[in-house]
Design a protein around this ligand. Sequence first.
Ligand SMILES: Nc1ncnc2c1ncn2[C@@H]1O[C@H](COP(=O)(O)OP(=O)(O)O)[C@@H](O)[C@H]1O
Ligand SMILES: [Mg+2]
Length: 238
Amino acid sequence: MVASGKGGVGKSSLTVCIGRELARLGQKVLLVEMEPGLGTLDLMLGLSRGVCDLSDLLSGGAALQDAALPVEGQSGLQAILAPIDGQFSYEEEAFARLMKELSGQFDQILIETPPGFGSAFSAAMKAADGTILVSTPDRPCLRDVRAVSDRLDQKPGLTQRLVINRLEVKSFLRRRPLMDLDEAIDTAGARLLGVVLQDEDLPYRLSDGVALLPSSRARQACRRIAQRLLGQQVPLDI
Ligand SMILES: Nc1ncnc2c1ncn2[C@@H]1O[C@H](COP(=O)(O)OP(=O)(O)O)[C@@H](O)[C@H]1O
Ligand SMILES: [Mg+2]
């Protein structure tokens, strides 16, 4: 599961970019978007929000082949879009059962959870066996990630890894919103999985539903994150 304390930290963007990299590494990948009524993955992946979404799959009203939409131009990558109904509430058992079923058909499933501790968070926590905690490099955001991490500690065996997103090295060094990345790791209470730089191109490319260019530092960071998720040893290389 991809989680954060606050919204707007880059969960959707990283879900998409890490998902693309996992697919490029040969994995069969499913992205699952949970936040009812506030989905953005359709735009970021160039999909059309059609008749089927996650709620239809959960209710049995749609089959997997109708709800899991293939991403054009990226073989191995599919996405299930969030319920259109903003009032949709998740039933933990049903969601975890569905994810377990799907785990037999995909190598990797990335579940983007909404911020906070609602029914989507509880359902994802029940289903997941690992968490990517996303934070920007500032104390308020990291403290909220810590609150999420403390909640996730209630599930034994659930791994927790931190991704710092939107780092701007020059302004970080000038303004020092934190002493250093160690402070980020200590505040969040999770091991570092990766650091993704602020990328001026990213909002524009993702609004158009296209992949980041190979020269993009953010894309390269997501590549390294994907490799680490697959157990490879890769230097941090910010
Ligand atoms: N590394 C990055 N560089 C530049 N902009 C980013 C980066 N990550 C996210 N953004 C921008 O931040 C905003 C929020 O990102 P989003 O992925 O929707 O966050 P969330 O899913 O956590 O709400 C978007 O406008 C997105 O384009
Ligand atoms: Mg999002």
